[in-house]
Ligand binder design. Structure first.
Ligand code: ATP
Length: 445
């Protein structure tokens, strides 16, 4: 059973576990760190990769109506003129008259500085685009921007992708990649950073069918998180009020997760209408309409967009998996990840480091690593090794002991129940598969 005994934990606990076990480190730590920029370590990189792979599998590999792409981070500056980002991608910034700290006005409670209690000066709009220069001359003509979202590349490539993939509307284009925003007040660990990764999909449909598709993708998104193990009671779909809708959106809803500090957005599902394709048609002079050869009519498609953060989602998976069992010295920290999200699926642990066990243990490891993301660990006592695997959420540990040399069998230990079963090595792969399927079923949020 993957049921948590804890309903949640503090952010400090998660940050310290993340550092201790190699999930996330502060960027450039030996130089004092770079504020609100994070690096994923050997365990965290596997977690985030699994989140992205699970998304890609559900969005692209398992569907006929969505194709993928991978665009460059740097794009023609006119893209950001047409999309409205150069003029309008800003947040209201206020500065304290006393300590000169800066805040996003809509994120401070009350109207005085939360640090020193000083008054704020007047709010001004602060553009979040990060700039750089292309080529050897640093002037206005060489200015380019690090993309603040991956979406625009899918709009400007709409025609290329549609004609080469021969997809008919409705169809979607999905992309995973880095985005950059010069956030005024980043924070809450990897929740709000200035460099992050997004997983976005633009679903092009016929005008008039857009409301239905918006409903469909809202439900899909909620189901996606739950089917990958996030508890339903920690998720909510929050529809935007009319006054919070971005300029391009007819309707938007956020999937929110209850983090240790409160509810926070993981994903926004927006009905972007025909705003972007029309804006790029106007700015570039290239007709981005679509000819429906069955209905013999031409139209500019509407777009429904599920836009998810890979880092925020990975943090939600981490927070949601965290559990503690027992008390005091007996306390066990365990991350109850869904097997497809867990950084490693299996750990092979020879009971002792003695040469007598190593060849068999390595043989088992070499077979399993072809099928599952598998770790090999022969350091320290077996108890400590189980504890380490529990703390990184490895669903199954395979122990090779001295009996293995006689009976060619190994012990599989279940992370959640701590139950152990003895299995012949020749049946090990299928036994692991069965146990993981049981754990998958248990993990439905
Ligand atoms: P917020 O309101 O929290 O600033 P947003 O509504 O501007 O976010 P979107 O433009 O909808 O965010 O981006 C889609 C997704 O990208 C978000 O739901 C989030 O998961 C992720 N994302 C956006 N900004 C950041 C950031 N600064 N750091 C990490 N992830 C981010």
């Amino acid at each position: 059973m993957a049921k948590r005994t804890l309903s949640g934990t503090s952010l400090d606990t998660l940050v310290s576990l993340a550092k201790r076990r190699g999930f996330v480190f502060q960027s450039s730590e030996i130089y004092g760190g770079l504020s609100s920029i994070w690096d994923y370590g050997p365990v965290g990189v596997e977690l985030k990769r699994n989140v992205k792979d699970a998304w890609w599998k559900s969005m692209v590999r398992e569907r006929d109506d969505i194709v993928g792409m991978d665009a460059s981070i740097l794009m023609h500056p006119d893209v950001w003129v047409a999309s409205g980002h150069l003029d309008g991608f800003s947040d209201p910034l206020v500065e304290c008259n006393e300590c000169h700290r800066r805040y996003r006005e809509d994120q401070v409670e009350g109207d005085v500085c939360p640090t020193c209690g000083g008054d704020f000066g007047p709010a001004r709009q602060f553009n979040l685009l990060l700039k750089t220069f292309l080529g050897p001359v640093e002037d206005d003509t060489a200015t380019v921007y690090l993309r603040p979202e991956t979406a625009q590349a899918m709009f400007v490539n709409f025609e290329n992708v549609q004609t080469t993939s021969r997809k008919k509307i409705p169809f979607g284009i999905a992309q995973i990649g880095k985005s950059f925003r010069n956030e005024i007040t980043p924070g809450n660990f990897t929740f709000r950073t200035r460099e992050f990764e997004q997983m976005e999909m633009e679903y092009f449909c016929e005008p008039g069918t857009d409301d239905e598709w918006h409903e469909y993708w809202m439900n899909f998104s909620m189901d996606w998180f739950k089917s990958h193990g996030i508890r339903g009671e920690k998720l909510m779909l929050r529809k935007h009020d009319a006054d919070e809708l971005p300029h391009y959106s007819k309707a938007s809803a956020d999937v929110e997760y209850e983090f240790p500090w409160g509810w926070g957005e993981l994903e926004t599902i927006s009905n972007r209408t025909d705003y972007d394709l029309k804006a790029h048609t106007e700015k570039s002079g290239r007709d981005l309409s679509y000819f429906d050869d069955q209905q013999k009519k031409r139209f500019v498609p509407f777009v429904v967009e599920p836009a998810m953060g890979a880092d925020r989602s990975a943090l939600a998976f981490l927070a949601d998996a965290y559990d503690e069992e027992g008390e005091g010295k007996e306390m066990r920290v365990v991350l109850r990840f869904h097997p497809d999200i867990a950084p490693f699926q299996v750990a092979v642990l020879p009971l002792s480091k003695k040469d007598t066990l190593s060849p068999t243990a390595r043989r088992v490891y070499d077979v399993l690593r072809q099928q599952f993301n598998t770790q090999y660990d022969d350091t320290q006592s077996i108890g400590r090794r189980y504890r380490r695997q529990d703390e990184i959420g490895t669903p199954l540990c395979v122990t090779v002991d001295f009996d293995t040399l006689d009976d060619d069998s190994v012990t599989i230990r279940n992370r959640d129940t701590m139950e152990q079963v003895r299995v012949p090595i020749e049946n090990l792969e299928s036994a692991i598969r069965d146990l993981m399927n049981e754990m998958r079923a248990d993990c439905q949020g």
